[in-house]
Design a protein around this ligand. Sequence first.
Ligand code: FAD
Length: 332
Amino acid sequence: MKSIAIIGAGLSGITAARILQGHGLTPTIFEKRAVTGGRMSSRHSQWGCVDMGAQYFTARHPRFIDELGNWIAQGIAAEWAVSPYHLSSSQRLHAQDVVQRYVGTPQMSAITNFLVANLDVRLEQSICGCHHRDEQWWLENIEGEAFGPFDGLLVTVPAPQAVPLISASPRLSMLARKVRMQPTWSVGLLFSEPLATEVNAAFVDNDCIEWMAQDSCKPGRLADTQRWVIHATSDWSSRHIDLEPGEITQLVTEQFFAMLDLPPVPADHSIARRWRFARGHLDGSSGFDESLCLGCAGDWSHGARVEGAWLAGQELAERMLGALRWDMNPKP
Ligand code: FAD
């Protein structure tokens, strides 16, 4: 039985693991955080659950459209029939758009929570070293614990974080080094008294904010309170990357009320999350080194979106099966 190590329990790593397992291989996922889902994860707290990362996703590739059909049938995704506003300091446009948007239900992380069932996932394992010896892979976590041997390795973390993990392959390291990923500060606000606005989602043309949405109006969510998620622009997030979450919440909240043209009221609860490597994309930056049975990809190699992460996982798994000369037909 061939064993494969996968670093990262985001959608790309989980997708690759499911395919490999479906073909009779033994994948093990290593994830540094205590939860799966990566940038599709949702934050749970005593005041409810909000999607602090990916807000919604679209589906264009025929294979991803098929997969989305399965997710909808399983009740873990649904269409979000929303027409976002376009807000600037001088304009409030509300044109019906034709984009079909989907979300995880009852939160974004429902999708990856469902997909990891039956997979071997090792949480809170921050991998800092990957060593290739005698045609096998050994991993090391930051506590110095070793895992292995594995016959192959897939690295599905954001490209800048992948670089030290794929140093065994100078070619793959060079590809990953070229990808620039920008940060995003994400702020969640809860109001027990709903704000008096007809805006439920908006693309914002502002130095500070690029997106705001009422998380509580997405399908499958509890609507007992009004919960907003606000994303800062990449430029603003870069300039304010080292501020404390409390300072970020204050600055973003001021702009939020200004853009909605509402008098500020205090939120009942607030939360801020810094995504250091939120978005970035370079076509053709995924790579596979057959001599090492090492692959590296993620949304950053396939379009910086949820759909791209899923396609990256598919491609990595297929290339691993090819490198191992494995039967391409899934096991019954
Ligand atoms: P990730 O989800 O980043 O998964 C990588 C995993 O690797 C993480 O869980 C991480 O903890 C783990 N990891 C990292 N280093 C290590 C290590 N050394 N050891 C072990 N584990 C490690 N997409 C859309 O389609 N629509 C949107 O509206 C949208 N909005 C977004 C808004 C924000 C603020 C952000 C941050 C992203 C958004 N995206 C959106 C992008 C979408 O979330 C990503 O494309 C997708 O989730 C990426 O999945 P992935 O598996 O490639 O990477």
